[in-house]
Design a protein around this ligand. Structure first.
Ligand code: HEC
Ligand code: HEC
Ligand code: HEC
Ligand code: HEC
Length: 123
């Protein structure tokens, strides 16, 4: 390979690396299993994932009935199985974190999604 070709290959590899890092930072819109969405998230998930609902109910969000959609989307147009922090700041403006200065990437690296309890990342 000529020097030019080597540089081109390196450039392409670098671009893929950047795109990959960028994509890793975005909350991914995915697909919820096909279900009957006329039933509420909480009602159905009390059966399918009881622990998730129990934890949420016991949290500040559950007590105020700030629902699953707040983080996971409506399940149809938008669905985020592993949500990011985008939606938190509207209500928690006092908690804004400059993630470029921390080793963590989003609120959930420190807070469990359902209990909201602080965790170390190992649990
Ligand atoms: C997905 C992003 C997000 C994260 C992470 C988040 N919240 Fe909250 N959250 C509250 C309120 C109200 C409380 C209870 C009062 C407080 O601690 O500020 C609370 C409490 C908390 C607590 C403290 C729990 C405790 O036991 O002390 C954490 C942690 C938290 N929220 C994290 C309204 C909201 C709203 C408004 C619709 C949104 C959106 C929201 N929260 C989105 C988020
Ligand atoms: C009629 C039942 C039903 C309804 C309604 C429902 N779900 Fe689900 N949901 C499921 C089933 C079944 C699964 C798969 C569970 C599993 O794999 O263990 C699932 C999985 C999930 C997961 C985990 C996906 C993953 O990849 O880890 C999330 C998050 C979720 N649902 C959120 C919601 C939200 C938010 C709503 C309301 C907008 C909702 N669900 C409504 C049945 C339902
Ligand atoms: C404050 C944001 C927030 C709310 C509100 C919330 N979740 Fe989650 N949920 C998360 C996060 C973050 C994860 C990803 C945890 C992980 O895998 O790192 C998650 C994961 C899940 C999962 C897959 C893992 C598991 O625990 O089974 C299910 C199922 C789920 N949520 C269901 C629900 C349901 C049902 C509700 C409403 C009762 C709900 N969530 C409300 C943030 C939230
Ligand atoms: C580096 C870890 C870390 C990150 C990232 C983080 N938090 Fe926290 N947060 C904590 C700790 C530690 C506490 C206090 C201990 C506790 O209450 O569990 C706390 C407490 C809170 C409280 C309760 C505050 C009060 O006055 O009682 C809220 C609300 C909150 N965080 C929201 C957020 C939101 C929203 C984000 C994302 C923008 C976020 N946190 C990101 C570690 C973190």
């Amino acid at each position: 390979m000529s020097n030019k070709q080597v540089l081109l290959v390196l450039f392409v590899v670098l671009m893929f690396g950047i795109i990959w890092l960028w994509a890793g930072d975005q909350a991914q819109s995915a697909k919820h299993p096909e279900v009957d969405f006329s039933i509420s998230c909480v009602e159905c998930h009390t059966e399918v994932t009881p622990q998730a609902v129990k934890d949420w109910r016991g949290s500040m969000h559950g007590k105020m009935n700030f629902g699953c959609y707040m983080c996971h989307g409506d399940g149809q147009v938008e669905f985020y199985p592993k949500p990011g922090s985008e939606r938190c700041i509207a209500c928690h403006s006092g908690q804004e974190v400059d993630f470029s200065k921390t080793p963590v990437k989003n609120c959930f690296d420190c807070h469990k999604g359902h209990t909201l309890k602080f965790h170390t990342g190992n649990e």
